[in-house]
Ligand binder design. Structure first.
Ligand SMILES: [Mg+2]
Length: 232
């Protein structure tokens, strides 16, 4: 067997392996039926408005303008208001239930287990490097069956640095005593996973599921996880 170019593989979790979009959508549909049945007939518009406003609030949170607690209810409160439901307690209940239910959803991205089995069999060291909250990411990885594949899950909660910050990558590399030139970061968001790894001096795989061109040079680009078998 020829010598392997890489030894240490760092995977993003949400949207790369754990199917964030379909798990989130399923949870929102469930909660609409339970808590806001008046919105059932407007589900598609509600989901679109929620995604838009949630993205905006995550930026606000990332820049320190709102807290984690505010993010969790405000994203529903504002969208409810757009549909004529001005009810903060309801938004808080919706937000709490969303956080408690969605991590237990188990849909993974197509071919996840096939590729992880392949990489494990080839004796790569596998890690997760994610910006999520530690307790939530732990539930997702154990419930979905991903946890046994990974030697460690690095979260921004633990290191104190969020991707794309170079220190988020440096922390993980140092922790597992990896060599950067033999490490590879695989993720679905180029400004976070690809640009961050690049700035830290680590090769990257851009898992471009949404056909968004990367705004920086990329070591490899794939649109299906199976393509990793050609690289690794
Ligand atoms: Mg992601």
């Amino acid at each position: 067997m020829p010598a392997q170019r890489y030894k240490w593989l760092f995977f993003d979790l949400d949207g790369t392996l754990w199917d964030f979009d379909s798990n989130s959508e399923y949870t929102l549909q469930l909660l609409i039926r339970q808590l806001t049945p008046a919105l059932v007939d407007h589900e598609a518009e509600f989901l679109a408005a929620y995604r838009h406003y949630n993205d905006f609030l995550w930026i606000e949170y990332g820049e320190g303008r709102i807290s984690k607690e505010e993010l969790r209810w405000k994203r529903f409160h504002e969208v409810f208001r757009q549909f004529g439901l001005d009810n903060r307690p309801l938004a808080e209940e919706f937000g709490e239930k969303y956080i408690s239910i969605s991590p237990y959803q188990t849909r993974v991205v197509e071919h996840t287990f096939e590729v992880l089995d392949y990489l494990k069999q080839k004796e790569y060291h596998l890690y997760l490097l994610t910006n999520g909250f530690t307790e939530i990411q732990h539930i997702k990885t154990t419930q979905s069956g991903l946890a046994p594949y990974f030697e460690k899950v690095f979260t921004s909660d633990e290191s104190g640095y969020k991707k794309p910050h170079k220190s988020a990558f440096d922390y993980a590399i140092k922790y597992v005593n990896a060599r950067k030139r033999e490490s590879l970061m695989i993720g679905d968001e180029w400004p976070i996973d690809v640009l961050g790894a690049r700035q830290a001096g680590i090769d990257q795989v851009y898992f471009n599921t949404r056909k968004k061109p990367a705004g920086c040079p990329v070591t490899y680009e794939i649109s299906n996880l199976l393509e990793l078998k050609q690289i690794l």
